[in-house]
Design a protein around this ligand. Structure first.
Ligand SMILES: O=C(O)CCC(=O)C(=O)O
Ligand SMILES: [Fe+2]
Length: 445
């Protein structure tokens, strides 16, 4: 008995520690679990770069965005703090163009807002803004701002030394324009070589819906019903709208039902993962800022309905699906995009060599959603822009009859501005097309 009592006593002394430890462990596990659900720094910086991308491509006005309007569509208002964060993250990327835009907006909001915020943060906003103005060549404005800042924080060490520095630059620089004496403040977009080039500029203009002269043979375009003598199309021929002749690009209208679309999204949703691209240097698949979407593959094993969709693609295009890739489903959220690229592999890439099916001879892409704003598919070299239309499919050949890639098919998915964009891609390969699209010695269609 005594033994038992003493044993219990020692157990009691020991147990609180044990329970505390166990509870602590449980708490730590819970925190870990919750942390998984919290946005990461990458989520934050990803959404900031998406917003800046939209702002640039669609030429959105910063003040309108900050006041809750995205190209005329109501959205949530941004607070002074949101604007400040956008400016700060831009600054961390040495993107002074956007730093100026967003810090000016933050300044404006703070000036007309909460006085407490004003006291605490005004100096900080001006600090970022002044340096960004200096970097963008507006030295006089940078000095003006620094003087304002010193009134708020007279002992600010960096502001004091910056003031002396800006004064010296203004004194030494003989170029009055640089000194900003003409009163003009410039804030040029900081573009790398590719983004300041013709291709990228055309891509952006097309995304905005601009009509370009280079879009040829508009007056010869036509629509037709297409059966390809295929039993699947006898009763409901595909409505084909020819959009370009050489290379041939066409839109097939109403070729997928709402029921099929629903089925595709239901099967795809649990499988979606961040889309990857092939890195030619490492040969590996990786995520990239120029392709932002989620995607997955669906096969006949997922549902016999997928087999039916593949059969309909064969009927519409007149091509053999035996060597085609599985059906890809892709979903782009706001800011999601795929910058200009080719669907076919260039010789040096050897991308499909292991498959033994040849290159991607053609692409068929279903639009399985409408998009409220943005999200067009554009072909910069052809001046062609196609806005998503639910239930339609865009089709084009990527290769000439002699197997050479058609470089004019370079195309892009413009960033989604409002809404969510869903597409489904079928990449059709060369092998097996010998009697469907016979090859030729020359390039001609
Ligand atoms: O989504 C689009 O409009 C184009 C997609 C595309 O080009 C691709 O996935 O290769
Ligand atoms: Fe593509």
């Amino acid at each position: 008995m005594q033994k038992g009592t003493s044993h219990r006593r020692s157990e009691n002394m020991w147990q609180p520690k044990k329970y505390a430890w166990r509870n602590l462990q449980k708490l730590a596990d819970k925190v870990d679990e919750l942390r998984q659900q919290l946005p990461t720094y990458e989520d934050l910086s990803g959404s900031v770069s998406a917003l800046l991308r939209l702002q640039d491509v669609y030429k959105l006005d910063t003040t309108e965005l900050a006041h809750g309007s995205v190209g005329g569509v109501p959205s949530s208002q941004l607070s002074a703090w949101d604007c400040f964060e956008l400016g700060r993250l831009s600054y961390n990327e040495e993107d002074f163009y956007h730093t100026i835009m967003w810090m000016e907006e933050a300044l404006e909001k703070v000036r007309h807002g909460d006085p407490e915020w004003y006291e605490d943060n005004m100096a900080s906003i001006i600090d970022y803004l002044a340096f960004a103005q200096y970097k963008q060549g507006n030295v006089r404005r940078a000095l003006q701002l620094t003087n304002e800042m010193l009134e708020l924080a007279p002992d600010h060490e960096r502001a004091r030394s910056n003031k002396l520095y800006y004064e010296r630059v203004l004194h030494d620089d003989t170029d009055s324009k640089k000194r900003g004496e003409d009163g003009e403040i410039t804030n040029k977009r900081q573009l790398d070589e590719y983004r300041s080039g013709e291709e990228y500029m055309t891509y952006e203009a097309l995304c905005r819906g601009e009509n370009l002269k280079k879009y040829k043979h508009k007056d010869r375009l036509f629509c037709r019903y297409r059966t390809n003598d295929h039993p699947l199309l006898f009763l409901s021929p595909a409505k084909e709208e020819v959009l370009y002749f050489n290379p041939y690009i066409a839109m097939f209208h109403d070729v997928i039902s709402d029921k099929e679309i629903k089925m595709l999204k239901t099967l795809a949703t649990p499988k979606l993962g961040r889309a990857t691209v092939h890195n030619p240097k490492t040969g590996k698949l990786e995520t990239a800022a120029y392709r932002v979407s989620k995607s997955c593959w669906l096969s006949e094993y997922d549902s016999p309905d997928i087999g039916m969709i593949n059969a309909k693609i064969a009927a519409m295009t007149g091509l053999n699906m035996e060597t085609a890739e599985e059906l890809q489903i892709a979903n782009y959220g706001i800011g999601g995009q795929y910058e200009p690229h080719y669907d076919f592999a260039r010789k040096e890439e050897n991308a499909f060599k292991d498959l033994g099916t040849g290159n991607r001879i053609a692409t068929l892409m279903y639009y399985i959603s409408d998009v409220q704003a943005g999200g067009a598919t554009v072909f910069p070299y052809l001046g062609l822009k196609v806005f998503p239309k639910k239930a339609a499919a865009l089709f084009w050949y990527n290769l000439y009859k002699n197997g050479e890639g058609i470089y004019d098919t370079r195309h892009a998915a413009c960033p989604v501005l409002v809404g969510s964009k869903w597409v489904s891609n079928k990449w059709i390969h060369e092998r097996g097309q010998e009697f469907h699209r016979p090859c030729g010695l020359f390039e001609e269609e």
